[in-house]
Design a binder for this molecule. Structure first.
Ligand code: DAH
Length: 342
């Protein structure tokens, strides 16, 4: 065979390879792929025939061209194998099946604490309350002093505090926002403050170093305990979807006078006594009272003209009551087996 014939053969093989690669990359289904296989490497395929012609090449050059042809054939077979795997075993021509259900992405959802927080925000907005935030790193003044808890007052001991080196602290309750809000907005005022609070505590099933509260404050002319009870009942009814029996017991908090503990009849045992209510039939849920004149004054509000009520709802505890959760530590555990139940 003449040298130019040789080059022709080489070019031809390269050309076949190039065309095959282009075609297989355009393939979208198994049926098309099998047609392509027949077209190139079937008994009368383009590559098969070209390979037969290799025999006609001059003896000296045959090994080189033969090797090229074999390499191409191997590569073609390798690509066919991969493509067959890609399209699966079925030879049906399925390009796009619009009936296959879409892939569901896991979008996550709202945490149970947030569910209840949003629900409370809705109820209170309907009653004309603002929803406010306050700083989690708080000054000693707002956390204690402005709330009528002076430095030597034993009430400070009941709130184990994380102190920061600069003299500030992690707020132990949401109450400091009462004074901040009055200073900023003046009276009359209605607002709630959902938020995170911190206590330097040993943790157990009912104590956590980080938990959630929701403060409420209403200041106006002639605010009484009647207003307080009415608002508390509206709140509880909405959260629990049923009439909830409540009782007020005297409670001491330096920033209210008089102060109360608002209990609800246990929703687990309906008052007959169970471990959740410590067999009393009642669950302590909302400490509250009428705002102390010293607090109003700290907020630049005249206690001779205005009065108000305040409450400090244990949001974490409310969520536990609502969903029957018996360990507060689950709330902040980040354990998906827990979270995904809501
Ligand atoms: N801040 C108090 C606490 O965390 C709870 C509290 C009691 C808030 C009485 C109030 C209130 O607004 O009136 O222990």
């Amino acid at each position: 065979m003449l040298p130019n014939k040789l080059n022709d053969m080489q070019d031809k093989l390269e050309q076949i390879k190039k065309e095959f690669i282009e075609s297989i990359h355009r393939m979208t289904n198994r049926a098309g792929l099998e047609e392509l296989v027949t077209k190139y490497v079937g008994r009368k395929g383009i590559l098969t025939q070209a390979m037969r012609q290799v025999k006609e090449i001059a003896h000296e050059e045959r090994p080189r061209i033969g090797k090229l042809a074999n390499d191409i054939r191997e590569e073609v077979e390798r690509m066919v194998k991969t493509a067959r795997q890609k399209f699966g075993d079925t030879a049906e021509a399925v390009v796009f099946d619009a009936t296959v259900p879409g892939e569901r992405k896991n979008l996550g959802h709202v945490h149970p604490l947030t569910i209840i927080q949003y629900q409370l925000e809705d109820i209170f907005r309907q009653m004309g309350f603002m929803v406010l935030d306050g700083p989690e790193v708080e000054s000693e003044y707002y956390n204690f002093t402005a709330l009528n808890i002076p430095a030597d007052h034993p009430a400070r001991d009941t709130q184990d505090t994380f102190w920061l080196r600069d003299g500030n602290l992690l707020r132990t309750h949401t109450s400091p926002v009462q004074v901040r809000a009055l200073q900023k907005h003046g009276a009359p005022f209605r607002g709630i403050v959902p938020g995170r609070v911190f206590r330097y505590e040993a943790t157990d099933a009912s104590h956590e170093h980080t938990f959630h509260q929701m403060e409420g404050l209403m200041v106006d002319r002639d605010i009484s305990i009647g207003n307080l009870v009415a608002v508390m009942k509206a709140l509880l009814q909405n959260i629990f979807n049923t009439t909830v029996d409540v009782r007020l017991r005297p409670g001491f908090f330096p920033f209210v006078e008089p102060g109360f503990e608002l209990d609800i009849k246990c929703l687990i045992c309906h008052g007959t006594g169970c471990p959740v209510c410590k067999r009393t039939g009642w669950v302590e849920l909302i400490p509250c009272g009428l705002v102390h004149p010293a607090v109003l004054r700290a907020g630049n509000v005249d206690p001779e003209i205005f009065s108000g009520f305040a409450f400090g709802l244990g949001l974490s505890r409310l969520v536990m009551m609502k969903y029957g959760i018996d360990d507060i530590r689950l709330l902040m555990s980040g354990d998906l087996r827990f979270i995904n139940q809501f």
